[in-house]
Design a protein around this ligand. Structure first.
Ligand SMILES: Nc1nc2c(ncn2[C@@H]2O[C@H](COP(=O)(O)OP(=O)(O)OP(=O)(O)O)[C@@H](O)[C@H]2O)c(=O)[nH]1
Ligand SMILES: [Mg+2]
Ligand SMILES: [Zn+2]
Length: 355
C-alpha cells in the first residue's frame, strides 16, 4: 500500500517526523465504531483503540481521531492490531454540532482531510432551497472544494428546472446531474477524484449517497435502503462512516443522512453565505432595524419588489438564530471546561502537597 495513494503528503510527513523517530508508523483511519478504529497503513489494515495516554490528552471530542484522519500508531502486521498515539494536524474537516437532551455537547469531526465535498440531493422530490443552503453552509466551513450533486435524474421530468432551482442557491458552484442507479453522469463525479484525492458525500437520508459510491466502486459494497413512498424520506440505512478506495484511485467517505442537522461554525458563516442580505441591511434607515415594521427598511423593500426572495431571508433568519443559540452554548461549554481545569489543578496540588 503506497501511502501517497491514500493522500499522504510532505506536510503530513513533517508533522509525523517526531513520531517516526520514536518507532511509530503512519496510518489513515477508514472507519470508527464507538471506540474501535480501523486504519490502512504500509503494513496493511489495522484495528485498535487510542492509547490511555492519548485519551488523557484529549480535552474535547474533536481531539479524537475521525474517519479520514492520519494517525501515528504502533502496529503489528501479524496480529493486525494497533494502538493510536496521536492525530496529525488536519488539512480540512467536516464538523457538526453534537446535541443531546441536555443541550450542546461540543463539536464533532465527521470526517477529516477532505479535498472535495459533494452535497447530494435527490430529484425524486422538488429542490428544497433552504435545505440545500444549510448543507452548503456546512460544506463552506470545511475548507474543501464543494460540488452539488443532483441525483435521481432518471426520476425527474424536468431536470433543467430542478437545476435552475438549485443554481439559485449554489451560485457558481459546480452542479453535477447524475443517476446512481443507471450510472448516467457518474463520470462527472469521478473527474473530481484521482489517486490520493479524498471526497465525501453529505445530504439527507435516502438521496442516494451510498448508491452513488457503489456505482463508482462497480459493486454493491455499501448497503442501500428503500425510500418510503409516502414521504420520499430515507430510512437512515448508512449508520457509520467508512472510507472506501475507488478502482483507478481516489477515496470516498460515505456518511449517514443527517437527521437533526447540527450546524456549527461561527457568525462569519452568515457573512459569507448571505453577503447579499448583509449588504441590503446596511441600507436600512435604522441601524438596529428588525425588518418588521420599521420605516425605511431596505429588506422589506427588497422582498416587496422581488429582488430578495422571501425564503432566502427566512433561511438567513433561521441560520442566524441557530448560530446565536450555538454561540451561547459554546460560551457555557468553555466556562465549564475552564472550571474543570481549575478543579483538576486543585486536585493535583492536593495529591502533590497534601493540602
Ligand atoms: N431511481 C433512482 N433511485 C435511486 C437513485 N439513487 C438511489 N436510488 C434509490 O434511493 C434509495 C436510497 O438510496 P441510498 O443510497 O440508500 O441513500 P443514502 O443517501 O445512502 O441514504 P442514507 O444511508 O439513509 O443516508 C434506494 O432505494 C436506491 O436504490 C437514482 O439515481 N435513481
Ligand atoms: Mg447510505
Ligand atoms: Zn430593515
Amino acid at each position: 500500500m503506497d501511502l501517497k495513494n491514500l493522500g499522504w503528503n510532505t506536510s503530513f510527513a513533517e508533522a509525523f517526523a517526531k513520531y517516526g523517530e520514536a518507532g511509530f508508523i503512519p496510518a489513515r483511519i477508514t472507519s470508527r465504531q464507538a471506540n474501535l478504529f480501523t486504519a490502512l497503513s504500509e503494513i496493511g489494515e489495522l484495528k485498535g483503540k487510542v492509547t490511555g495516554r492519548m485519551r488523557y490528552e484529549c480535552a474535547q471530542g474533536t481531539d479524537y481521531p475521525a474517519v479520514g484522519d492520519w494517525v501515528a500508531v504502533k502496529g503489528n502486521a501479524d496480529t493486525g492490531l494497533m494502538q493510536i498515539r496521536a492525530v496529525l494536524p488536519r488539512r480540512t474537516q467536516l464538523l457538526r454540532a453534537d446535541f443531546n437532551k441536555g443541550g450542546y455537547l461540543g463539536d464533532q469531526v465527521i470526517s477529516a482531510n477532505l479535498d472535495v465535498l459533494f452535497v447530494v440531493i435527490g430529484l425524486d422530490t422538488e429542490v428544497n432551497g433552504s435545505n440545500l443552503l444549510r448543507f452548503l453552509a456546512q460544506a463552506n466551513v470545511t475548507g474543501a472544494r464543494t460540488a452539488v450533486v443532483l441525483n435521481k435524474i432518471d426520476l425527474c421530468g424536468d431536470v433543467t428546472a430542478a437545476e435552475a432551482a438549485a443554481r439559485k442557491v449554489a451560485k457558481d458552484l459546480p452542479i453535477l446531474k447524475v443517476s446512481g442507479t443507471t450510472g448516467e453522469g457518474i463520470g462527472e463525479i469521478r473527474k473530481f477524484l484521482g489517486p490520493g484525492i479524498t471526497g465525501s458525500l453529505i445530504g439527507p437520508s435516502g438521496v442516494g449517497k451510498s448508491t452513488i459510491i457503489n456505482s463508482l466502486l462497480g459493486e454493491e459494497l455499501l448497503a442501500v435502503g428503500e425510500v418510503r413512498e409516502s414521504d420520499s424520506k430515507g430510512r437512515h440505512t448508512t449508520t457509520w462512516r467508512e472510507l472506501v478506495i475507488l478502482p483507478g484511485g481516489g477515496m470516498l467517505i460515505d456518511n449517514p443522512g443527517i437527521r437533526s442537522f447540527g450546524i456549527t461554525g461561527d457568525e462569519s458563516l452568515i457573512a459569507t453565505e448571505f453577503c447579499d442580505i448583509e449588504l441590503i441591511i446596511t441600507q436600512c434607515k435604522f441601524r438596529n432595524c428588525q425588518h418588521i415594521t420599521e420605516p425605511g427598511c431596505a429588506i422589506k423593500e427588497a422582498i416587496a419588489c422581488g429582488t430578495l426572495p422571501r425564503e432566502r431571508f427566512d433561511s438567513y433568519l433561521k441560520l442566524q438564530a441557530e448560530l446565536r443559540i450555538l454561540g451561547v452554548a459554546k460560551q457555557y461549554r468553555s466556562r465549564i471546561r475552564q472550571e474543570n481545569l481549575v478543579a483538576a489543578k486543585r486536585r493535583k496540588k492536593f495529591e502533590d502537597t497534601g493540602r
